[in-house]
Design a protein around this ligand. Sequence first.
Ligand code: SAM
Length: 298
Amino acid sequence: MGKPTLGNPQNTIEILQKYEFNFQKKFGQNFLIDTHVLDKIIRAADITKDDMVLEIGPGIGTMTQYLAEAAGKVTAVEIDKNLIPILSDTLSTYENVTIINEDVLKLDLRKIVDEENGGRPIKVVANLPYYITTPIIMGLFENHVPLESITVMVQKEVADRMQTGPGNKDYGALSLAVQYYAEPYIVANVPPNCFMPRPKVGSAVIRLTRHGKAPVEVKDEKLMFDVIRASFNQRRKTLANGLNNSDKITFSKEIITQAIERLGHGGSVRGETLSLEEFAQLSNDLIGIAKTYLEETS
Ligand code: SAM
């Protein structure tokens, strides 16, 4: 094994020139060129030699080198085939790294964790491609990929959205999903000059630590998230209208009205004012009230 050689502008440029690499905007390619930021990410991810790490989008292998030093093994998924020969070069001294040339959204990550780590929870660490941050994070949680934590670089605004609560303009389905599954913590803000090329937006490193036990009891997780999405899809409408207009929510108007009344905020309440606890209560009440109706009519 060698010491990390990348992570500064000079060595990054050298590698890019050697392979005549052209950045692909459509893949969200902004490579890290700041060793302090890399150190911070690795420290926040709290990796040991017992850990398997999944890296999404290794780029030219900058962070992968740091991860390979710290972890037992690293599996890195990169979509851009032009980066594969570069990764073979920059990671040639590390025997604990596997590169998969695929679109991460099309992979069965649960199966990979089962095969590579005997189903034991992994740690996800990445400087994410910003155009697919939400589907990546939601996919990891909703597909129940066994994981302990996710430490990722995301757009600053998205990091704020992940940790905010009701009453804030950034509050939405992503905030609720992240907080249902994990404890979010913003590790650092990162300015555009730490990347090559520079992104137009500010970035932040956020660590999401998976809850041992969900913070609320939910009878039907899928229903709760359908309710949440329906409430935020039509932000300017009342919660009742949002739920009645959604094709995913099949309860009658009467059941929806009763469940909303039980929340105690009146019939014109908006979804954006409800907490995770209240969304859990609402979805549980929808099921409970529907069951009572069914029993009464049978
Ligand atoms: N980890 C590198 C770094 O920090 O320098 C690169 C980070 S760059 C922001 C995002 C990386 O994700 C790029 O290498 C890009 O090609 C890759 N990527 C984009 N879409 C992807 C996808 N659907 N599946 C896997 N990798 C993807």
